[in-house]
Design a protein around this ligand. Structure first.
Ligand code: ADP
Length: 515
């Protein structure tokens, strides 16, 4: 082996030309073919290496390099074939062929393994198709981008238009709010005020900065502040605000009564997003209302005092006329008896009248607790109170089961008693009375109907006023019963009315809060 490598470059064998018998055409055919092949084999790797260095992105880069080594080795074997024509350096030629073999075998194996992967690479035709598709997509995208740009421009134009419209509407709304004689304000959903019209600043004499620093609370009369704050806190939950309070007037440092009201705007979820409010000067109405209340109270006081004080002399007159009747009655002649009878009857009527006027005036300050009352039980009490009249007249009283209501028991009895006793009193023949009630939402509608003389439509409102009587001479009475009923029903927030064609009886109806 050592011997082999020592003589590696020796040409101690017979030159290859002898095999060709040195025939020139054969020698030169081999020389030229091997030389051209070798030269080509040397040029190919140069071209490949140049390509690999310039195109770093090429796939299978390493394979190209391996192939270059292999082809370089092949080129050298052809060069050696030229050399060995004249020199028998066959050891070196063998080694070069061995190197070529070593380079070629892994290259061939790797190349075979590479084929499936290489097959996956797109062919130029596929690449062209893919390229065309890509090109189309790029064009498509460009068109889409263009459209988006146009849409954006359109959108911006519309937003600008809408903003301008909104600004115009806001200005119009502000001008409208400023033209109003009332104070107008708006607030955010959380209740923080964000706008007041000009009237607010004129009235309070405050600047926008002062309002922002001190808030609206500073303009409310200290005595009303708590109730207004409570109403506002409740409004933040319910979405409705209404309160009467005194508001500071900057021009003369006085307070005037105002009515504050506000409504809300809500979003889809029901959350309050905006408040719209007005504040109206009600000083004049308030003053009139106070004066009226005082006058009313005075009148009530007077009526009460007068009826009360008149009772005593009336009692005396009644007592003495009865004493005269008892003591001197038998001695009196017919005419004197008639006069004395009139006196006794008049004092009794006067007594009834004073009793009713007192009952009416006392209604304004009726004491007691509103409680759940069985209207059935109230009616039983009425029928007990009217027992004597019912027996005397032979009245038929029918009633359906009545509901429970919220009431001062005595007041419900008073209303039912007045209506039932009227139904008996204003009857034709044997009185027939029917009492019923139906529930209608939060209230009950009571009905007392009779088959009596009826009430002509033109009198159906008047009869609820004090001292209004339609049949003064035929029936006894004071003209106070229905007025008392109307006052009680009004106090509990109900209504009272009568239905009648003026001939075939009447139906009195009234509403009352249901329990
Ligand atoms: P009075 O003491 O006169 O009955 P009311 O106030 O109870 O006073 O009634 C006022 C007037 O209404 C009566 O005078 C009568 O003319 C008329 N009126 C009341 N109830 C009836 C009824 N059920 N039918 C016909 N008229 C009635």
């Amino acid at each position: 082996m050592i011997e082999f490598f020592r003589k590696l470059f020796d040409s101690d064998f017979m030159a290859h030309g002898y095999c060709f018998l040195w025939k020139p055409y054969l020698v030169w055919l081999h020389v030229s073919s091997d030389a051209v092949t070798a030269a080509s084999y040397y040029m190919i790797p140069v071209a490949l290496i140049y390509l690999v260095r310039r195109r770093r992105d090429l796939v299978f880069h390493w394979m190209i390099l391996l192939f270059s080594i292999f082809i370089l080795a092949c080129g050298t074997t052809h060069l050696m074939a030229v050399w060995t024509l004249w020199h028998g350096t066959y050891r070196l030629e063998g080694v070069i062929k061995a190197i070529t073999a070593i380079a070629s075998f892994p290259t061939a194996i790797l190349l075979i393994r590479l084929v499936p992967e290489a097959l996956k690479l797109p062919s130029p035709a596929q690449l062209r198709l893919a390229n065309e598709a890509l090109e189309r997509e790029i064009q498509e995208r460009k068109r889409a981008e263009q459209e988006v740009r146009q849409l954006n421009a359109e959108l911006e134009r519309r937003v600008e238009e809408r903003t301008a419209e909104l600004q115009r509407a806001t200005e119009q709304y502000r001008s409208l709010a400023n033209a109003m004689p009332q104070i107008v304000w708006t607030a955010r959903g959380d209740g923080v005020a964000d706008y007041y019209n000009r009237r607010w600043y004129e009235y309070t004499g405050l600047s926008p900065e002062q309002v922002q620093a001190e808030g609206w609370g500073a303009t409310v009369h200290p005595d009303d502040l708590e109730s207004v704050s409570q109403a506002w806190d409740a409004a933040l939950q319910t979405g409705r605000f209404e309160a009467e309070y005194r508001l500071f007037r900057g021009s003369d440092s006085t307070y005037r009564w105002h009515l504050g009201r506000a409504v809300t705007e809500r979003n889809k979820e029901g959350r309050i997003t905006k408040w719209y409010g007005t504040i109206t000067d009600i000083e004049d109405q308030k003053r009139t209302e106070i004066e009226l209340r005082i006058a009313n109270e005075d009148l009530n006081q007077f009526a009460y005092a007068a009826s009360h004080d008149l009772q005593e002399p009336l009692r005396v007159a009644s007592l003495y006329s009865q004493m005269i009747w008892r003591k001197y009655g038998p001695q009196l002649d017919g005419e004197a008896k008639l006069y004395l009878n009139e006196v006794v009857g008049s004092t009794r009527r006067m007594h009834d009248l004073l009793h009713d006027v007192l009952a009416y005036t006392r209604l304004s300050d009726s004491e007691g607790k509103v409680e759940r009352v069985s209207a059935d039980r109230a009616l039983s009490e009425v029928l007990k109170n009217l027992k004597k009249t019912i027996i005397e007249t032979g009245a038929h009283i029918e009633h359906e089961p009545l509901p429970d209501v919220w009431a001062l028991p005595v007041q419900l009895v008073q209303v039912l008693q007045n209506l039932v006793s009227n139904a008996i009193k204003y009857s034709r023949g044997t009185p027939k009375v029917h009492i019923s009630a139906t529930r209608n939402g939060a209230e009950c509608v009571f009905s007392v109907s009779d088959k009596g003389i009826g009430i002509a439509p033109e009198y159906q409102e008047q009869i609820f006023k004090v001292f209004r009587r339609l049949h003064r001479d035929q029936y006894p009475g004071t003209g106070m019963g229905l007025a008392i009923c109307a006052r009680i029903v009004k106090k509990v927030g109900g209504r009272i009315w009568v239905e009648s064609d003026g001939k075939n009886g009447s139906i009195f109806r009234f509403t009352w809060p249901a329990a």
